[in-house]
Write a protein that binds this ligand. Structure first.
Ligand code: AHR
Length: 331
């Protein structure tokens, strides 16, 4: 049953977007949607905030998409120090304020049931960006827009099997505990490695998406294993770059003595792949603002959308592939 609130808002959103487009196209008057009166769609964006290059690209893309010219009032609420309590506070205040729609990138996978239920009771649709919730109950949100973390991570494992025909001792640098994408990436990696007895998992530890922390963890792991590590799977680019520094400072050569594979596909990682510091980079495409806008417009117009919308991503497996891609990279 589509609520009257959503249907009313949907017609207004469409009117505002049309008005803004018409004004802009005619070159007359302001292209600012506010000139269309109060038909501005308010969007509460419960965001992660500063976390690294991937996050910066993702959140900037949302801001660049949900503009006033496009008929939106985007209320950006980044977490305070990645703290979930600050996100829940912002989420609940958006519900109290009666925004038209909430975008949520959750710092933690669990603990969202009450807030999502409150939004549902207030007939405010919630769209998950990137991060999922656990347990996953898609009656509590409209859709989740993200690349497929398990598939992205599986592509890294499949590359590793091809790069090491006789296996390898490996270590996994994970993102923070309790984050949905970390669990999904472990699942994808393990779905391949569980049937590869020649690949020996020396260990796994979080480095909290941080290059500095990953460098320190890798230094310790190399020392503890007498440098007998041939492969490092870093669940994001920054941690892979930190690991490469530690490998070098241990007197080893990244790409030769130790191959490092990462997820994200940021410019820094592709430059490192081009230079041989990294050996494989799986993109986790952050630029899905247009998809999110389409979902918001459809939802407010009362149209249904799939409960999961997969964002396409690619992989880079050589310096040549990285060099070819770099000129056109947008993040
Ligand atoms: O949720 C996506 C992850 O969060 C990215 O892989 C990482 O770089 C970011 O911090």
């Amino acid at each position: 049953m589509i609520s009257r609130n959503i249907l009313r808002k949907g017609a207004a959103t469409l009117a505002a977007a049309t008005m803004a487009f018409t004004l802009a196209a005619c070159g007359g008057g302001s292209s600012d949607a506010s000139s269309a009166g109060d038909d501005v769609t308010t969007v509460g964006f419960v965001a992660v905030g500063p976390e690294g290059d991937w996050r910066n690209a993702n959140e900037q893309n949302i801001k660049d998409t949900f503009t006033t010219d496009a008929g939106f009032d985007l209320k950006y609420a980044p977490a305070k120090d990645l703290d979930q309590a600050s996100q829940i506070e912002a989420f609940d205040s958006f519900v109290d304020e009666g925004v038209d729609v909430i975008l949520l990138s959750a710092t933690e996978a669990t603990g969202w049931q009450d807030s999502l239920t409150r939004a549902q009771e207030a007939e405010i649709p919630v769209i998950l960006l990137d991060r999922g919730i656990e347990p996953d109950d898609n009656s509590l949100y409209v859709t989740r827009i993200a690349p497929d973390n398990a598939a992205v991570s599986k592509s890294v494992a499949e590359w590793a099997v091809s790069a090491f025909p006789t296996g390898a001792n490996y270590f996994v640098l994970e993102g923070p505990a309790g984050v949905s994408v970390v669990n999904e990436r472990n699942k994808g990696w393990d779905s391949v490695m569980s049937s590869q007895p020649s690949f020996v998992k020396v260990g796994a530890q979080t480095a909290n998406w941080s290059a500095e922390e990953a460098k320190s963890v890798t230094e310790t792991v190399l020392k503890a294993n007498n440098n007998n590590i041939q492969l490092i799977f870093a669940q994001n680019d920054e941690m892979g770059l930190g690991a490469a520094q530690a490998v070098q400072e241990a007197g080893l050569t990244p790409g030769t003595d130790v191959k490092i594979a990462t997820i994200d596909g940021t410019k820094g990682a592709l430059e490192a792949l081009a230079a041989g510091q990294l050996s494989f980079v799986a993109e986790y495409n952050p630029l899905f603002g247009e998809t999110a806008l389409d979902v918001v417009q459809k939802t407010l117009a009362g149209e249904s959308v799939p409960s999961y919308i997969q964002v396409e991503s690619t992989t880079f497996d050589s310096p040549e592939a990285a060099k070819a891609a770099l000129p056109d990279r947008k993040y």
